[in-house]
Design a protein around this ligand. Structure first.
Ligand SMILES: Nc1ncnc2c1ncn2[C@@H]1O[C@H](COP(=O)(O)OP(=O)(O)O)[C@@H](O)[C@H]1O
Ligand SMILES: [Mg+2]
Length: 461
């Protein structure tokens, strides 16, 4: 693969110029890879907005995907992460010992607190099955059911790929890990079975019948592929202890301001939340979808949340956890009724310019095109596991993400505030692969930047 650098130039000074577009090309050698290629920078014009490229057919696999999630096969093993594998195993053991996941009453999806197998079971994770998502087939919450029934025209978020919230949860965790933000509790896709999950009457009846047959005729029962209820694929997020919803703390901070050193620490954590949300274009960042843990004076032996693996720290500390990331990775910027703003943009912390610390943490990687492509590739490996995966949609999701990264790098370089960042024009950076004619076969990734012109009707909700 060739060394490459990128140049993005564009004329975007006035609203009328939103249609101006720049593109840059990144070249890859396909055959003789020793040859070093410099990026080819060209300017093209396009009509703006998201193009509906039929050219994407080329990127579609010729054979049907073989690696999608078959929910009936349970293999919750993560070779790169034995610690996480052990936690999931513990949860499975607990379920085998009748310590079942418990549905969380809050929220709009079927989400469950998963326990461990200790003598006194402790919550260790939050599991959100794909089919119990807000508009999933088996969502158990009546509010969403009513919504779907009474207002079908405006249900769901038109900018999101439907029913892929669990992938978005795991994708947010992936972005968090890649950028070393450390604010998203680790989240991966696992498959679990529990009678406390919401199953259809048919699934329950099938399972009961098979069990009865198997009990009466064990020889017949041996031929059943599966006797119990079907496993559910979903996001499994580690539970963080001692945290409370952000809105609770934000109210407390108004009456009882933080000491200066803690305020600085909080601001740095807040900036990480801004970076995460902006990159993944979270459409659901209310102040009850992020948590805060504030340890005023760690008591003897208590482990500080900022140093969970090291020796106990006595200093006060503050930490943010970004949970509920299921409504992110849109395939277009919101452009219909609602803008789905980041609610943190109205906080006083959003009026402070992004710090040197956050710039040093993320700017070098985000400015590196190879890093961004690697991030897209890893998200691809994750998202393609879904049965409804659509390559074309995925490319659009990545176009939005690349646009967000472009704005963010610009904002970091210019020392903008988070509030100024969210006011930047919405950009998409589309990738197209071309193979120019000629003797040397050089695959070219062309990136085309365009500004979205259509804005949503309501900008405040
Ligand atoms: N990883 C977590 N650690 C600790 N508490 C959590 C975690 N995830 C969720 N919660 C708690 O569960 C509540 C509901 O979770 P959330 O992810 O917001 O679900 P929903 O998608 O249903 O809104 C949160 O308000 C929070 O109190
Ligand atoms: Mg929530």
């Amino acid at each position: 693969m060739c060394d490459s650098s990128t140049t993005v130039c564009g004329d975007h000074t006035t609203a009328n110029q939103l249609r101006s577009v720049s593109s840059y090309e990144q070249s890859y050698c396909v055959d003789s890879c020793e040859e070093s290629c410099l990026p080819d920078v060209t300017y093209v014009t396009c009509s703006g907005g998201v193009s509906t490229s039929a050219s994407n057919k080329e990127s579609q696999p010729l054979l049907k995907r073989m690696d999608t999630v078959d929910a009936s096969i349970v293999n919750n093993v993560f070779p790169d992460d034995p610690e996480f594998t052990a936690i999931v195993k513990d949860a499975e053991n607990a379920i085998d010992n009748c310590v079942y996941p418990q549905r969380i009453s809050q929220g709009s999806s079927g989400s469950y607190f998963v326990k461990n197998s200790a003598e006194i079971p402790k919550t260790i994770a939050v599991f959100k099955p794909k089919d119990e998502e807000p508009y999933g087939r088996l969502n158990p919450k009546w509010t969403k059911w009513m919504h779907k029934l009474c207002c079908p025209c405006c249900f769901g978020r038109s900018c999101l790929v439907p029913n892929q919230g669990y992938l978005s949860e795991a994708g947010a965790s992936l972005v968090d890990r890649k950028l070393q933000l450390n604010i998203v509790p680790k989240t991966r896709i696992v498959k679990l079975v529990s009678k406390t999950f919401n199953y259809s009457a048919i699934d329950r009846a099938k399972s009961r019948t098979k069990q009865n047959v198997s009990d009466r005729f064990p020889r017949v029962g041996r031929h059943f592929h599966r006797i119990g209820l079907p496993p559910k694929a979903g996001s499994f997020q580690l539970f963080v202890e001692g945290y409370e919803d952000a809105y609770v703390w934000l109210r407390r901070f108004e009456d009882d301001p933080l000491p200066d050193n803690i305020q600085k620490e909080f601001q740095q954590q807040f900036e990480r939340l801004v970076v995460l949300d902006y990159i993944i274009r979270n459409t659901d960042r209310n102040n009850d979808n992020w948590l805060v843990k504030y340890v005023k004076e760690a008591t003897n032996g208590e482990v500080s949340p900022v140093n969970p693996w090291g020796s106990p720290k006595k200093q006060p500390s503050i930490k943010i956890a970004a949970i509920d990331n299921g409504l992110a990775f849109p395939f277009k910027h919101p452009d219909e009724w609602r803008a789905y703003p980041y609610y943190w943009a109205w906080l006083p912390y959003a009026k402070i310019p992004l710090s040197k610390e956050i710039r040093e943490l993320v700017l070098p990687t985000l400015s590196d095109m190879n890093f961004v492509q690697e991030l897209c590739d890893e998200l691809y490996d994750l998202f393609k596991t879904d049965k409804g995966f659509d390559r074309h949609m995925f490319e659009k999701q990545m176009s939005v993400m690349r646009g967000q990264i472009l704005n963010l790098t610009q904002a970091l370089k210019e020392g903008k505030t988070p509030l100024q960042l969210v006011q930047m024009p919405s950009v998409v950076v589309e990738r197209s692969r071309t193979e120019p004619k000629g003797r040397i076969r050089v695959m070219t990734d062309a990136f085309t930047q365009s500004f979205q012109q259509k804005t949503p009707f309501f900008t405040w909700c």
